[in-house]
Design a protein around this ligand. Sequence first.
Ligand SMILES: C[S@@+](CC[C@H](N)C(=O)[O-])C[C@H]1O[C@@H](n2cnc3c(N)ncnc32)[C@H](O)[C@@H]1O
Ligand code: SF4
Ligand code: SF4
Length: 359
Amino acid sequence: MNRIPKLNYTRFIHNWLLSRYAKIPYPLNAQIEITARCNFKCGFCGITQNTDLYNDREMTTEEIKRIIDQLADLKITTISVTGGEPLLRKDCGEIISYIRKHGCIAALATNGWFLKERLLSGVLNKLEYVMVSLDSVDPERHDRYRGVKGSWQRAIEGIKEARRRNITTIISSVITAENFHEMEALAKFARDLGCAIEIMPCEDIVRLENGKTFRAPDIQTKHWVPNLRKWGRQIRNLIPRYPNLTTDYFTARIVEEGGFGYTSFRCNVAKAYIFVRYNGEGNWPCKIHPILRMNLLKYPVNKVYRSKEISQIMEKSDSYPFCKGCRLGCAVVATLTTKMISVVQKFVFRVFLWSVKVG
Ligand SMILES: C[S@@+](CC[C@H](N)C(=O)[O-])C[C@H]1O[C@@H](n2cnc3c(N)ncnc32)[C@H](O)[C@@H]1O
Ligand code: SF4
Ligand code: SF4
């Protein structure tokens, strides 16, 4: 049976109720981008476009631990470790163990290249939750998307090793106009591997960095972004038949209605999710459009989070011009964790159903 850590449900409920009814903002989850470096060259990912980031100083292990201490003080439920490619850092396992010591769920988002060898070496012994990117059941297509030959094979080996250790494993698939027809095959493939799957449409993510914007090249001309209505219809068609599919009706609705700024759901990412950069900077309201950047090594997040400036950003929600049409996956998920109806549907009912079925 996949574990559902009980302590973290307690924290989630504590923070959720206080945020909603006592009007004291409490974050639910955090993401630490421990590096901006990556060994892949995914055609749809903008991160690799800004190689200036590679020259920046990354936090040391001790500095990351200090940030984790601060996040734990805010009774955060889950801390996701991401990148770039987080497994490029040799201390990734140590960071995950440290998150667990604080009673938080430690999640890892990876392209899967180093996953099997890191699991076998024992450094990821405390890992309980991993998201592995896999965009196709066809190795040639996945390798082409990810820009590295052999990436499909290594991701699969990593996934199998994680499942062998009973680590909750979620496959994360990016859907384009080309692999659109594979959505059901991917859901089935994941189910057969004992994995959940999140299927999101490719997004033209425009990131703001030091006053300049950048995005993946050719993202529009190469038709990476699929027809969003068709994507939504297919998600609704798959949900009743694939309990391992974590993409839910609400996500489908937000995307189909044109994203934040157009849908009745308001983006709640600034309140629900704390995003920490590789250099120790906290970004508000979100990682793609940080209008406020705070050095959390100097100004601890447990103080900054409840400051007047951040409260004002929380109140503005998605009313910024750059929010129009945004459907950033982590912002959609963060927003849904704050709504009663989606929490029950997505995080209680379906996760429970999936645990029972996967066994
Ligand atoms: C930025 S990556 C970081 C973790 C790791 N490097 C990986 O690829 O899994 C996090 C997730 O964002 C997804 N992603 C990247 N660019 C995207 C885009 N333009 N649209 C939708 N998802 C995207 C990736 O496929 C991955 O699942
Ligand atoms: S999606 Fe992940 S693996 Fe691909 S380039 Fe971006 S950070 Fe690297
Ligand atoms: S809608 Fe998008 S751009 Fe606006 S705050 Fe939310 S995640 Fe950021």
